[in-house]
Design a protein. Structure first.
Length: 318
């Protein structure tokens, strides 16, 4: 049995897939299995997955009908056997020491999970790595860390399998990492955070220029609402304020996307503006008081909520 399971869902990422798989194959800590879940790809990705399965017995490829990212991850977890589990998206890549670094601090502090930071890169970037002191959160501080660090992605973490247990990703919705991590952080007794950028994803200008608001993106706001509702019923004032601030920040992010890039025809702009503004208005005090939210985000909120019409007009003229 391998110590680590690296679960890699794959869907039409032939351009980046080899770099991703090589970054996993060349890990300094070699005691792992890599579960490649081809989610019905129609490009050369399935062939690349089969190629790696043949040349490295640590790689196992599973071909399934397209069911989405959550289903692919759940399938990978079903077939994985490692004591520890981590996730890598197939158009990203990881530092050669990422797994070893995550495991070393997790084992050192007898923690349930550990996480690093991610970095957006371009093909021309030279990545410099500096070692930082890890931060240990225990007991109630684990929940504070989940909100303070705005933990969204599962790809930056290493999880004990027994911590995950029967928990699986919600299928049929985007932003599925958020409820997964929310429940994980509820269960964890100790968490180690390493402020080092060891997970890398490529800057994609195409997604920025075609970044219209669509219905799937509303899942993010819904999940933030559920987290806010959970903490609003708790006695801890700090947790209530942080969850309220993140709920407002989610509404601000969607409003900003809509103002800058527009929205799909399936959505009603007036309804979206009303919903986002209502959420922000009810939670803006916590948003502006929250120290972990950058000043730039607070200025953005003022612009997109109080001058939305102007931004919309400028966007159409550009």
């Amino acid at each position: 049995m391998k110590l680590f399971s690296v679960i890699i869902p794959v869907y039409n990422t032939e351009k980046y897939l080899r770099e991703c798989l090589e970054s996993v194959r060349k890990q300094s800590f070699s005691d792992f299995e890599a579960i490649l879940v081809d989610d019905g790809s129609w490009d050369k990705s399935p062939a690349i997955c089969d190629e790696y399965e043949k040349k490295d017995n640590r790689f196992k490829c599973i071909h399934i009908c397209n069911g989405g990212l959550a289903n692919a991850r759940n399938t990978g977890m079903h077939y994985s056997k490692g004591k520890y589990v981590c996730f890598v998206d197939s158009d990203d890549f990881i530092d050669k020491d990422m797994i070893e670094r995550l495991y070393s601090v997790l084992n050192k502090h007898d923690a349930d999970m550990s996480m690093v930071k991610y970095l957006e890169v371009t093909t021309d970037d030279t990545i410099k790595q500096e070692k930082e002191q890890e931060i240990v959160y225990a007991g109630k501080q684990v929940e504070y860390a989940f909100l303070n660090l705005k933990v969204d992605s599962v790809c930056v973490g290493l999880y004990r399998r027994d911590l995950i247990g029967d928990l699986r990703f919600i299928e049929g919705k985007t932003s599925e990492d958020i409820p997964f991590n929310f429940l994980i952080f509820q269960k964890a007794k100790k968490f180690v955070y390493i402020p080092e950028k060891r997970y890398y994803y490529y800057y994609n200008p195409k997604s920025i220029s075609n970044g219209k608001l669509d219905a799937n993106m509303l899942n993010y706001l819904e999940f933030r609402k559920e987290i806010y509702k959970y903490y609003s019923e708790k006695s801890d004032k700090q947790l209530r304020q942080m969850s309220s601030a993140l709920y407002a920040r989610a509404a601000m992010g969607l409003q900003a996307r809509m103002a800058l890039y527009g929205l799909d025809s399936e959505l009603n702009e007036i309804q979206c503006v009303r919903e986002f503004k209502k959420v922000f208005s009810e939670n803006k005090t916590a948003f502006f008081l929250e120290k972990t939210i950058p000043l730039s985000r607070k200025i953005t909120a003022i612009v997109v909520f109080y001058f939305y019409g102007l931004v919309r007009i400028l966007r159409k003229k550009i």
